[in-house]
Design a protein. Structure first.
Length: 306
């Protein structure tokens, strides 16, 4: 499958060793220093999804924005070195997205992510390139992060690209991230009102349940919760992939309105192996999630200048 990928791009500074986050923060009044190897790595939802897609034989086409800075040049070079097709706008007013990420031994994650970055300013030439690419792709994958700030230019650009996909008969796949996505959209109809028809919806089970107003943050998730949540989502979308941790495995389930059901279990990796792990699970089911018969119609209208 060829997939147009819309999300954020970041240069991640990753703490390479596990950190006892809770005990470290509690020590010395919450002030501590930690000497550990650090690595600057390409990241962001777009990069992780594209990397997973390639591993499972799909062809991603990344559309996004970086700043006119060293981090932006590093990300652009990483995409080129990996052979990922991409259309990036270079924003000379906003910096490239950055994040500092550390993992605890229990799988918890601490992340400090920058705001006011190029990820929020996507428009212009990159949007035109995306609209040109739409007729050639089988699906458009959209990270919920791109919809999390309605006042940012990226929000309007993503809506324009989604409308172009709908006009071309290309299916839209939405990944419900971040976990607080329900604070930006109260329900699924509010999402489809913003971006148009969503064919496939991907989510951690707990995030999907909060979007639907179900359960609570501390509930123990089971197959019953998964079936309940999938059934409600399929009232609005054509297919859904939900995943949750069940003991030593990550359990993922595909459900479609047409009655297709497919489950898979994969071992839970160590904390440092969790980067992009959910995207890998999704890409294992990507063809089923998108379905068949994606349109290849003529290109829709283009965006104005940046």
């Amino acid at each position: 499958m060829k997939v147009l990928v819309l999300g954020d791009l970041c240069l991640d500074t990753v703490v390479e060793e596990e950190v006892a986050l809770d005990s470290a923060l509690a020590r010395d009044g919450g002030d501590f220093s930690l000497w550990t190897p650090l690595a600057d790595l390409p990241g962001g939802t777009s990069y992780h999804f594209a990397a997973a897609a390639v591993r499972y034989g799909h062809t991603p086409v990344i559309v996004g924005a970086v700043g006119a800075d060293a981090a932006g040049r590093m990300l652009t070079a990483a995409l080129a070195d990996a052979g990922y097709r991409h259309h990036l706008a270079v924003d000379d007013r906003r910096p490239t997205g950055r994040a500092v990420i550390a993992y605890g031994s229990s799988g918890s994650r601490a992340m400090l992510a920058s705001r006011g970055t190029a990820n929020e300013g996507l428009c212009g030439a990159a949007v035109n390139a995306a609209l040109d690419a739409v007729p050639e792709v089988d699906a458009v994958w959209l990270s919920g992060l791109s919809l999390s700030r309605k006042a940012a230019p990226t929000y309007g650009s993503v809506r324009e690209i989604a409308a172009g996909a709908a006009a071309a008969g290309v299916k839209l796949l939405l990944d419900i991230v971040p976990h607080e996505f329900h604070r930006h959209f109260p329900d699924v109809p509010s999402i489809t009102a913003a971006v148009g028809p969503v064919h496939g919806l991907v989510s951690e089970l707990s995030s999907a349940r909060r979007l639907l107003g179900l359960g609570d943050r501390g509930e123990t998730l089971t197959a019953r919760h998964l079936d309940e949540t999938a059934g409600l989502l399929l009232e609005h979308v054509g297919a859904t992939v939900l995943r949750y941790r069940a003991g030593p495995v990550y359990r993922q389930a595909l459900r479609t309105r047409g009655g297709v059901a497919r489950d898979l279990d994969r071992p839970v990796p160590g904390p440092l192996g969790l980067r992009g792990y959910g995207d890998g699970l999704t890409c294992e089911m990507l063809t089923d999630l998108a379905g068949t018969g994606a349109g290849k119609a003529g290109a829709p209208g283009k965006a104005g200048p940046a």
